[in-house]
Design a protein around this ligand. Structure first.
Ligand code: 5RP
Length: 224
């Protein structure tokens, strides 16, 4: 079974979590894109969506789904998004698609975080996938040096010859070869560095539920 088939299966399963007559938070990435395309078929169930990236906002609008500014919204009952890695506690690495900061903001505003992923994303120890850190451009070299003691290898994400720029106009350092043994402590320490916008480690606010696409069907993992 292809990865795309697994992504489509979890995207379809996630429709069961779309709240009636409410606003939905929608994430970014290839799995989220499958979900948006399925959401388009039942778009009248929601009053609108808050998007975690410009790409997601454009895809939602292409289905005539109303995109709302987070500042104009008082409640987000459910946020549905993918992950680069997720462990058995619901802690995730996110930001492979560069949208980590808005994703973390929407996750913090949402009552329920539903992660959708194919089973390759489930890991016992986080960190094989490079951990993204969104940084203020003028501080990227400083922060790369300050990240070295954590043991990984921070590399500035590139887009051709130029640094990759997030929707917020910032840069991303991807920390390679990091074995994350204490995610909450690492999230706190990196987020406390001046110049860091946010780290793509979702430990303090992880997923509540993960719909995991596997060859035998969609598995539902529930976290406390
Ligand atoms: C984007 C993200 C995505 O959720 C993550 O990269 C997973 O993407 P995909 O569904 O394409 O594997 O965090 O910033």
């Amino acid at each position: 079974m292809s990865q795309d088939t697994l992504k489509l299966s979890v995207a379809r399963a996630a429709l069961a979590f779309v709240p009636e007559g409410k606003i939905l938070g929608v994430g970014t990435g290839t799995t989220a894109n499958f979900f948006i395309d399925e959401l388009g078929k039942i778009k009248d169930r929601i009053t609108g969506a808050v998007a975690s990236s410009e790409a997601t906002a454009a895809r939602l609008r292409s289905h005539d789904i109303k995109v709302l500014d987070l500042n104009d919204v008082s409640a987000i009952p459910v946020y549905i998004d993918g992950a680069d890695e997720i462990n058995q506690q619901g802690t995730m690495i996110k930001g492979g698609g560069g949208a980590l900061t808005r994703e973390k903001i929407i996750a913090s505003a949402a009552d329920k975080f539903v992660c959708i992923a194919d089973e390759s994303k489930l890991v016992s120890t986080l960190g094989a996938f490079p951990l993204p850190v969104e940084v203020i451009p003028s501080a990227h070299a400083l922060i790369a040096r300050k990240l070295l003691p954590f043991g990984g290898k921070p590399i500035l994400r590139m887009n051709g010859q130029a640094p990759y720029q997030t929707d917020n106009g910032n840069f991303i350092l991807d920390i390679h070869q990091l074995a994350i043994t204490n995610p909450v402590a690492l999230e706190n320490e990196i987020n406390n560095m001046p110049g860091v916008v946010t780290v793509g480690l979702f430990a303090k606010r992880g997923a509540d539920i993960c719909l995991l696409g596997a060859a035998g069907g969609v598995k539902t993992l529930t976290f406390q």
